[in-house]
Design a protein around this ligand. Structure first.
Ligand code: G3H
Ligand code: 13P
Ligand code: ZN
Length: 314
């Protein structure tokens, strides 16, 4: 199929009790690492672009790189379903730009607005997206953590209300909903014991049967990468993520899309730091970026096979 929307992908994931990984892409090596993993594991995948990624790489480069990755997979005999998704779109104009330029899915994140304003903005995006064959993810509730340079403090985070979720989906017609149940963006997710409000998730799933939910801030922050970063000159003490078993559990209760960005950053940085320290003679970017790319591939394949459950679902 190649580039597709998440409609069928989520239906299959929901029925199969697994989730599809949504990985943030910022450059060629990240796209290649993720796609190589998806090809090896025969898994659908969502490649998502934030507005920060668009600023960094220029939107057209990322889109063309994704097209190239799909073509490369096809040349290897693997027709992998890929969703090209806008992550955390914050305005109608940004969503429109992505819809017009070939994205198959957009997120409109109105979570910082009032319920009514969020409904109004989301509805406007849905009305533009649907006739053009594009699906829309929205967000209700508020995650803690850093996203696009905005830091939402823990005390300002807000779990998603099941009552509001039902109303919101009905009023907006959005195709999937990101919910807040205790995950957060970035590498510092929990001060004490990691905990997710699976009870809230179950209630939302009970009230919206068959409806695909999305988990943002779902990196596990593998301690091997944290330790590697710190060993080789980094300074990220106490970084902690969502335990993988909690993600597996969430996937059983209607979570069809699991967002991972920080783990990619950590995998790359740990391996580049190690390379610089262990091999100071290296100055060819292909050497250290090649190691970073392999680390992304291995990490993503591990997620697909051992956490998300989307292996061999093509
Ligand atoms: O949720 C945020 C993602 O990790 C994207 O981060 O806005 O720094 O690209 P970014
Ligand atoms: P992490 O920071 O946990 O990787 O979350 C990424 C995310 O939610 C992207 O939208
Ligand atoms: Zn997010």
């Amino acid at each position: 199929m190649g580039l597709t929307t998440s409609k069928e992908m989520f239906k299959k994931a929901y029925e199969g009790g697994y989730a599809v990984g949504a990985f943030n892409v910022n450059n060629m090596e990240i796209i290649q690492g993720i796609m190589d993993a998806a090809v090896e594991a025969n898994s659908p995948v969502i490649l998502q672009v934030s507005s920060g990624a668009r600023k960094y790489a220029n939107a057209i480069y990322l889109r063309k790189l994704v097209e190239a990755a799909i073509e490369d997979a096809k040349a290897k005999g693997k027709d992998i379903d890929v969703v090209l998704h806008l992550d955390h779109g914050d305005t109608f104009e940004l969503c429109k730009d992505c819809i017009d330029s070939g994205f198959t899915s957009v997120m409109i994140d109105g979570s910082k607005y009032s319920f009514e304003e969020n409904v109004e903005l989301t509805k406007k995006v849905v009305e533009y997206a649907h006739p053009r064959g594009v699906v829309v993810e929205a967000e209700l509730g508020k995650l803690a953590g850093i996203e696009d340079d905005v830091n939402v403090k823990e005390e300002d985070a807000k779990f998603t209300s099941p009552d509001e979720a039902v109303k919101f989906v009905e009023l907006t017609g959005c195709d999937s909903l990101a919910i807040a149940i205790g995950t957060s963006h970035g590498a510092y997710k929990f001060k004490g014991e990691p905990k997710l409000r699976i009870d809230i998730l179950k209630e939302i799933t009970d009230r919206l049967p068959g409806y695909p939910l999305v988990l943002h801030g779902a990196s596990s922050v593998p301690q091997e990468f944290v330790e590697m970063c710190n060993k080789y000159g980094g300074n990220i003490p106490g970084a902690k993520g969502v335990p993988e078993e909690l993600l597996r559990e969430a996937a059983k209760y209607g979570v069809c899309k699991i967002n991972i960005d920080s783990d990619i950053r950590l995998a790359m940085t740990a391996n580049i730091r190690e390379c610089f320290t262990e091999s100071p003679e290296v100055f060819d970017p292909r050497t250290y970026l090649g190691k970073a790319r392999t680390a992304v591939k291995d990490m993503v394949k591990h997620k697909i096979v051992n956490v998300l459950g989307s292996e061999n679902k093509m």
